[in-house]
Design a protein around this ligand. Structure first.
Ligand code: IPE
Ligand code: IPE
Ligand code: MG
Length: 243
């Protein structure tokens, strides 16, 4: 039991990619692909809660995704609204603490209000820490942390030599959480696409061809087996082979 837990990631980050290709393959609108992506989201929350994974961070909409055609952006914003309405009560019941990370000021005002309400409602929960990255970019995150530090220096609250890695990390979006141990990307692309640039420094990277709407519990289990098989060295020498 203790051994299995030791090999379980404490924090999983997922780039949920492939919705558009899934829709195209079925001849349905891209929006239908995004909508179909809700099922694997529920599954991952369920599995992480069941397994005792402490934190799950889902990449739902990137800084760059604003550059997609307005009808696709609009359908995604509507989907986020609908998903908040349909899911939050159950998440709350499961003890999930829900937070959104990203440039939320650029989101529709109605969505901002629903996000704030959902965060407030679940803030006291001690189960799975669920982060949804919306209008999020790793570069945005680093820049907003730098701005926060600069403001503190300008006001005299902080001296430049007090800007350490820890001080920087404390101003990033996921400051309260350990860095992700495992990053999963579906949809076959082997890239980070401006997700958690700072926080993924030592994550194990798992890529699968599976398109997000088709990602199942068995696929998640395969990613967890991959993770359990890795020797994490963090730049140190390998652990001595046991006799
Ligand atoms: C991921 O699926 C969801 C978002 C980026 C919002 P895509 O929409 O990128 O799907 P593909 O990569 O085009 O198949
Ligand atoms: C990354 O997927 C962003 C999300 C899944 C939210 P993209 O589809 O936007 O990334 P690229 O364009 O393939 O790099
Ligand atoms: Mg994509």
């Amino acid at each position: 039991m203790a051994e299995a837990a030791a090999n379980l990631p404490g924090h999983i980050a997922i780039t949920m990619d492939g919705n558009g290709r899934w829709a195209a393959a079925r001849g349905v609108p891209r929006a239908a692909g995004h909508k179909a992506g809700l099922k694997p989201v529920r599954m991952c929350i369920e599995e992480c809660t069941h397994l005792g994974v402490g934190a799950l961070t889902l990449f739902a909409f990137s800084s760059e995704n604003w550059g997609r055609p307005p009808e696709e952006v609009g359908s995604l914003m509507s989907l986020f609204l609908e998903a908040l309405d349909s899911e939050v009560a159950e998440l709350h019941e499961k003890g999930v603490r829900l937070r959104f990370v990203g440039a939320r000021g650029s989101l529709p005002v109605r969505l901002q209000a629903r996000i704030a309400a959902a965060e407030e409602r679940t803030a006291g929960n001690r189960g799975l820490a669920l982060q949804v990255a919306v209008s999020y970019g790793g570069r945005w995150d680093i820049v907003q942390a730098a701005q926060a530090l600069a403001r503190e220096c300008a006001s005299g609250a902080l001296r430049p030599e007090e800007i350490t890695e820890a001080a920087f990390a404390a101003r990033l979006s996921l400051a309260q959480l350990p860095d992700p141990d495992l990053h999963i990307r579906t949809g076959g692309e082997h890239r980070i696409s401006n997700f958690l640039l700072w926080q993924l420094a030592y994550a194990e990277l798992y890529f699968t061809e599976r398109l997000w709407p088709e990602f199942t519990a068995a696929d998640l289990a395969a990613a967890l087996r991959f993770f359990a098989s890795r020797e994490r060295r963090f730049g140190q020498r390998p652990a001595a082979a046991s006799a």
